[in-house]
Design a protein around this ligand. Structure first.
Ligand SMILES: Cc1ncc(COP(=O)(O)O)c(C=O)c1O
Length: 462
């Protein structure tokens, strides 16, 4: 369900990165916009997360490992709930999905979006209240739909004409009237600082507003007694740093709400504007803060509804990255260091594209620091790379590390909580790293490390 992310902010690979990047004044400084809130440096210069030294975490859980600041994760849930008071805040499970973390989401009172039977199974195992779950996806199978309705999920987002008929049949057979939203494609694509209006009809998700498909979907749903149409949904992209794209999408969706009222006499109760709220991966990123974002979205929807003469619908939002991303960093151990004279130094770590594909996939930028000690060495332009058999196996494309970085050092890469573990692979038969939650000076596993046996057990002997 994710669209691509803009790589507009990364250093142009045709220019030497050193001409674009400037070394920070102090390599040991932790930029608070990028790192989790309870990460500090100890007196001896090593990082400590919620009071636990990362060297101890490396010794206990091994590397690479995703380290999650539980208090920070929960704080971000609360910030969204406070800022969007009166609206529905759904955590998008695709950003990171595990039973313990979904339990945190439930405890913090948020709703939940899942988009496969697998994510739904995790939510149900976590004991997530099914009525607070919304089931998304552009190709839900009959058995996934049946499982969702058997579990009693609150809402299903309909994505195609095939799905309308499919869900109506499943609901009828189960003898239930299922609450649904119609996913609209509003003709807006937004990423980071830019958005393009009228440009994004050509995609697999949703019903096009411009072509009339969305209005036709509404007609068909309203005609089906086993479906209860609650409202409209749209999602316009990811890593969005301002609200201009949402303004256009809200205007267009509210336009359809008004058309539905005029044609059918039905005022739909819910307008879901999706997720996509950006976070800072490097000092160059400047996302809008959550209260400002909430104020803007609420104002935009109120203005559009007033102009259309509609009562205010319940607003729903679906943050994934903005909750799960910043509280987590990845801890790696340096294995080899290779200096390419006059260009850069390659620092190889014990993970790579299997635990973070975003750099290879989206040209994503990250912040990286020496984690296990202090260093007063000069800044050195470095590329942090993994151990996979791909030259594109890059974790951090351009960063400055102390020039004395050496095998055995630990590095930490910031803001890896969203779309890293959830997009992880076993490329080169590398087991996926564990996720460790740290809170109040103690740590525990949220997801254990995969083992080689886990992988080999899938092999069927000849
Ligand atoms: C429908 C929908 N909602 C929410 C999200 C979450 O987006 P983000 O993690 O960027 O907030 C996505 C991500 O692709 C999505 O497709």
């Amino acid at each position: 369900m994710r669209t691509h992310e803009a790589g507009a902010l990364h250093a142009d690979v045709t220019e030497p990165a050193s001409s674009i990047l400037r070394p920070p004044r102090d390599l040991s400084t932790l930029d608070s916009r990028v790192w989790s809130r309870n990460l500090r440096r100890n007196a001896d210069g090593a990082l400590a997360l919620s009071g636990v030294d990362v060297r101890d975490l490396a010794a206990e859980y091994g590397t690479p490992a995703y380290l999650t600041d539980e208090a920070d994760f929960r704080d971000r849930c609360r910030e969204f709930a406070r800022a969007f008071e009166g609206a529905e805040v759904h955590y998008a499970a695709k950003a990171f999905c595990s039973t313990q973390v979904l339990r945190w989401i439930a405890e913090e009172g948020l709703a939940l979006d899942v988009c496969t039977g697998g994510e739904l199974a995790a939510a149900l195992r976590a004991g997530f209240p099914p009525e607070r779950i919304t089931f998304h996806g552009n190709n839900k199978s009959v058995s996934e739909m049946d499982g969702a309705l058997a579990a009693g999920v609150g809402t299903v987002v309909l994505d195609s004409f095939v799905e309308i008929a499919r869900l109506a049949g499943v609901a009828q057979q189960r003898g239930v009237r299922q609450r649904v939203l119609v996913r609209t494609t509003v003709g807006v694509e937004a990423h980071t600082h830019e958005f393009i209006a009228t440009a994004h009809e050509d995609q697999k998700f949703g019903f096009s507003l411009a072509s009339g498909a969305a209005a036709e979907a509404v007609r068909r749903v309203l005609a089906l007694p086993s479906l209860d149409l609650a409202g409209l949904h749209s999602h316009i992209g990811s890593q969005i740093f301002d609200t201009s794209g949402f303004e256009v999408s809200a205007r267009r969706a509210v336009g359809l709400l008004a058309a539905v009222r005029d044609e059918h006499g039905a005022e739909l109760s819910t307008l879901d504007l999706g997720g996509g709220y950006g976070i800072a991966y490097t000092w160059r990123d400047d996302p809008v803060d959550i209260p400002t974002l909430a104020g803007e979205l609420t104002r935009i929807v109120a203005k559009e509804c007033e102009q259309a003469g509609l009562a205010l619908p319940t607003l729903a939002v679906e943050p994934g990255r903005a909750i799960a991303g910043p509280p987590t960093c990845t801890l790696y151990e340096v294995g080899t260091v290779k200096d390419v004279d006059g260009i850069r130094t390659y620092v190889s770590v014990d993970g790579g594209m299997s635990d973070n594909i975003r750099t290879a996939l989206y040209d994503a930028q990250y912040t990286c620091v020496l984690a296990s000690r202090a260093s007063t060495a000069e800044p050195m332009l470095a590329r942090v790379v993994g151990k996979h058999c791909e030259s594109g196996d890059i974790v951090v494309r351009d960063t400055f590390l102390p020039a004395d970085v050496a095998p055995g050092d630990l590095l930490a890469v910031a803001a890896t909580g969203a779309y890293c573990r959830s997009l992880a692979s076993n490329y080169n038969h590398i087991p996926r790293p564990p996720v460790v939650a740290v809170a109040d000076g103690t740590s525990r596993l949220v997801v254990r490390r995969e083992t080689i046996d886990d992988l080999l057990n899938l092999d069927v002997p000849a």
